[in-house]
Design a binder for this molecule. Structure first.
Ligand code: ADP
Length: 872
């Protein structure tokens, strides 16, 4: 059986949008059918129904009301889906056959213009990638909401391409048709990107001016792919797209995906949220544009010394000049999101309120410039140089729009009195008419003597005169025409009343039309200012970020960093900016850090929780802060520019990963070793802990030696393998340092102070004690430790393992299989153990202490303890 014409129409459109949900407009609803309906009903939790579509079986169907579609669209976008919006292109009432329908827009995660998926202070980037011969790649990036376009070409393999895609922070990537399944998988699964295909790589005619600066075919093709996709999906003119900006990927400090995550630059590892990240700490921006710019800066620290110095100089000026800074902040507060507004002007979805906001924002600009001038700083002046105040636009908007227009642009009340003569006439006509009607009530009451007579209005009958039944007898015959009878009253009209009414209605209708037309004119006028507004947005966003740096630097007493002459690092009283802020005021222990060509590797030992990784991260964050032009958390800091930062820092979520975690660890290490230069910074935390002790030590040592001999990058390496500290004697440029802790009454107290030399004791058991493990476990662990220590020479690796396990076995036997608890056993004296205790013991016994790391041991102990405290 054949499908009905409508379902056939649906299917033929759906065929072109196979990877999207097709929102098919039917009257007041967007309907979905077949598989789309099945999936959407689950994703959106809406009712799945079915309808007869002419085929053999009923067709699954679900729908969302047209007026609340935005909400559903946002939900699907957030989950990474695409939605094709298919509208009725004709009025169904005036069409005889099938209504013509067309897809008017394909909304995708990388191309949303509105709704709650867009975060104010974050860009929404979409990228296009091209693969050329000789491992060359092109990457173009766009934010449709702001119109920004950037492009880079690089060679260096697919791995680098993945890093670049991730570095630009895109959420959707447009790929060539022939990209292999494997690579697609990697982009989709590892980077969690939405993939879209585009084969056309020609720069469309109207956009050629944007691509003027691209002098290579490969660049043009990559940009072409991006533009073709945007045009194909958005189906509109996109007048706000900005000229593409070419960048070299070696213009910026490189921070790979993992390191960005590990260092929690823009979001935290645990909660995946901004709170607790460096971005969160540094964000004192007053505008949405500033917020987005700050994120861009943090993701791309500079390598250009003079540019960094220039930024630092503005921060210094703003930090010192409290009043100018406050004035600037005050003005910035009133600046609306000009950049996204420009995008929405181009898309044609701004309302009068937006334009009024725009005007108010522009009115702030002269004051902003004034505040900047007072700083007397060349870089700040350069930022505000040639700022376009868009005075004509301000004037037109001021004259054209009322101060507080309604949201709707089609219901009048937007345009200021006096702006347009014709509108004035309509308004007068309507006003006079209304006045006449208003006075009618009074004059008719007097004429008839009916005090309760009133003049009213309803949508169906228009204006009328109402007289209550009781008073009807008072009404002179033939005075009015009867119009409507109610239970208690009669309603009447007069020819004059109807005449006035017609005048009023006509005037009002024309007024609405004219107001809308005038609004559209103002919107068109604004459109002409898009490039100026975008430039202004950029200038303001930079000022905003710099003032944000000044505020935080002042508040947290950061210091202006200096550039070292060679490659030495000299930090006095350095702090981890985020940990310091989160800890109680005054409790953070500041630390020095000193490295130069004779001290390239610091091997950091110390108990868990002493502060090793905090110390390591602190250096990386300080470097990032300096290279984005912010002051740094230290009393004094002299540092070189780092070209790249690599980290392998155990993250909280690694603890559950097991085997694959070790693989990730090795992959990340390999990446660092293959890419790092002498100008890089490498942080390796507990490398090798994911494998057995001897494996781990061997690998760690080999990695350290490789960095020492071949790379010469500044490296911080933390370890709990005490054996590695012996490297201090063998490698000239390696220095042992440790994070101190002291024992007090059998408890451990962390000092968080980094001092020269190797740590000399393992504090694992003390940490376990702090974690409140049962006393019995702690006591027993102490005994085992003693036994082990007495029996093994830790520097004699050969045969050690065998001896250890032998020893362990004998320790076990000595104590008897079941008398696990020592000290005569408060608890071992108990006759019966419950089931959890039996289970826990079994697990404890099966632990191979030699092949697991202290951290894993703590985790296991924690589990055991938890299971013991559970009720049966
Ligand atoms: P490790 O890497 O040695 O196991 P961490 O660096 O993770 O230890 O630090 C553990 C905790 O100690 C941190 O979460 C922080 O609260 C605290 N800490 C670390 N360094 C300091 C410091 N310098 N001053 C105060 N507290 C610190």
């Amino acid at each position: 059986m054949a499908y009905t014409p409508m379902i056939q129409q649906y299917l033929s459109i759906k065929e072109q949008y196979r990877d999207a949900f097709l929102f098919f407009r039917l009257g007041d609803f967007y309907e979905m059918f077949f598989e789309d309906a099945n999936r959407a009903s689950k994703e959106l939790e809406i009712t799945l129904t079915s309808r007869d579509g002419g085929g053999e079986e009923r067709i699954p169907m679900c729908g969302v009301p047209y007026h609340s579609a935005d909400n559903y669209i946002s939900q699907l976008i957030e989950k990474g889906y695409k939605i094709a919006i298919c509208e009725q292109m004709e009025d169904p009432k005036q069409t005889k056959g099938m209504v013509h329908r067309e897809v008017v827009q394909l909304i995708t995660p990388g191309t949303v213009m509105e709704g709650k998926t867009l975060s104010e202070k974050e860009n929404n980037f979409i990228a296009a990638i091209s693969v050329f011969e000789n491992d060359t790649y092109g990457l173009a990036v766009n934010d449709l909401t702001t119109g920004e376009n950037r492009l880079t070409l690089f060679s260096g393999g697919w791995e680098e391409a993945v890093q670049e895609v991730s570095a630009v922070g895109a959420i959707e990537v447009i790929i060539p048709e022939d990209l292999s399944e494997e690579r697609r998988y990697e982009l989709q699964q590892q980077l969690e990107l939405t993939l879209s295909e585009e084969k056309d790589t020609t720069v469309p005619e109207p956009f050629q001016p944007l691509a003027k600066k691209l002098d290579q075919k490969k660049m043009q093709m990559t940009f072409g792919r991006l533009l073709q996709y945007l045009l194909r999906t958005q189906k509109r003119s996109l007048d706000h797209l900005q000229p593409v900006e070419y960048f070299e990927n070696n213009q910026y400090m490189k921070i790979d995906v993992h390191s960005k995550r590990n260092l929690e630059l823009v979001e935290t590892i645990r909660r995946n949220g901004k709170k607790g990240s460096l971005l969160w700490l540094l964000d004192r921006t007053m505008t949405a544009m500033g917020g987005r710019r700050l994120k861009q800066w943090i993701e791309r620290p500079l390598l250009n010394r003079s540019e960094i110095e220039a930024r630092l100089s503005v921060v210094e000026a703003l930090k010192e000049r409290f009043f100018e800074r406050e004035e600037l902040r005050d003005q910035l507060k009133g600046v609306y999101d000009l950049e996204r507004l420009a995008g929405r002007v181009a898309f044609g979805n701004v309302n009068a309120r937006d334009l009024v906001q725009l005007k108010k924002s522009l009115e702030r600009v002269p004051e902003i410039i004034e505040a900047v001038r007072k700083l007397d700083n060349p870089k700040a002046d350069q930022i505000t140089e040639n700022i376009d105040l868009c005075e004509q636009l301000v004037q037109n908007l001021e004259e054209g729009l009322v101060d507080d227009p309604p949201l709707s642009v089609k219901e009048g009340g937007l345009i200021r009195d006096g702006f347009n003569e014709k509108l004035g006439e309509y308004r007068d006509a309507s006003k006079n008419g209304k006045e006449w009607i208003a006075s009618l009530q009074q004059s008719e009451r007097e004429a008839t003597g009916i005090k309760s007579l009133k003049v009213g209005y309803n949508r169906v009958f228009g204006y009328y005169i109402e007289v209550t039944r009781a008073n009807l007898s008072l009404l002179p015959e033939g005075r009015y025409e009867r119009k409507q009878t109610l239970t208690n009253a009669e309603r009447f009209i007069t020819p004059e009343l109807k005449e006035k009414e017609a005048l009023i209605l006509e005037a009002e209708e024309k007024m609405l039309e004219l107001e809308y037309e005038l609004f559209l004119n103002l919107r068109e006028e604004t459109k002409a200012y898009i490039p100026q507004l975008q430039r202004l947005a950029r200038q303001i966003s930079e000022l905003d970020v710099l003032q944000s740096f000044a505020v935080i630097s002042e508040e947290r007493q950061y210091t202006k960093p200096e550039f070292s002459k060679g490659r030495e690092i000299e930090i006095q009283d350095g702090r981890h900016p985020v940990v310091e802020k989160v800890l109680e005021e005054g409790t953070y222990v500041a630390n020095h850090l000193s490295m130069d060509e004779n001290r390239e590797i610091l091997l950091i030992t110390g108990p868990n929780m002493a502060g090793k990784s905090t110390y390591m991260r602190q250096l990386a964050l300080t470097a990032v802060m300096m290279q984005i032009g912010c002051f740094v958390p230290a009393a004094q800091a002299r540092m070189p520019l780092f070209d790249q930062v690599f980290t392998r820092i155990g993250a909280a979520d690694d603890l559950v990963g097991g085997q694959s975690t070790f693989m990730v660890e090795m992959l990340e290490t390999r990446y660092a070793l293959s890419k790092a230069t002498q100008n890089s910074l490498i942080l390796l935390d507990e490398i090798g802990r994911g494998t057995s002790t001897y494996d781990g030590i061997a690998l760690a040592q080999a990695i350290i030696e490789f960095i020492h001999h071949d790379i010469h990058a500044k490296t911080l390496f933390s370890t709990h393998y005490h054996e590695l500290t012996a490297l201090g004697d063998e490698l000239d440029r390696l220095q042992n340092v440790h994070v101190g802790a002291v024992e007090e009454d059998g408890d451990i107290v962390f000092l968080h102070k980094v001092v020269e030399g190797a740590a000399d004791e393992s504090y694992g058991i003390h940490v376990a004690k702090l974690a409140d493990l049962p006393d019995d476990v702690i006591d027993r662990a102490s005994v085992i430790l003693k036994e082990l220590e007495n029996s093994v020479d830790v520097n004699d690796h050969a045969g050690e393992k065998a001896r250890l396990s032998e020893k362990r076995q004998s320790v076990k036997e000595e104590n008897g299989q079941l008398s696990f608890f020592v000290g005569g056993g408060r608890k071992s004296a108990r006759k019966t153990r419950n089931k959890q205790e039996e289970e826990a013991l079994k697990k404890l016994k099966s632990l191979d202490l030699l092949s697991i790391t202290p951290l894993d041991a703590i985790n296991k102990l924690y589990e055991l303890q938890k299971s013991l405290s559970e009720k049966e």
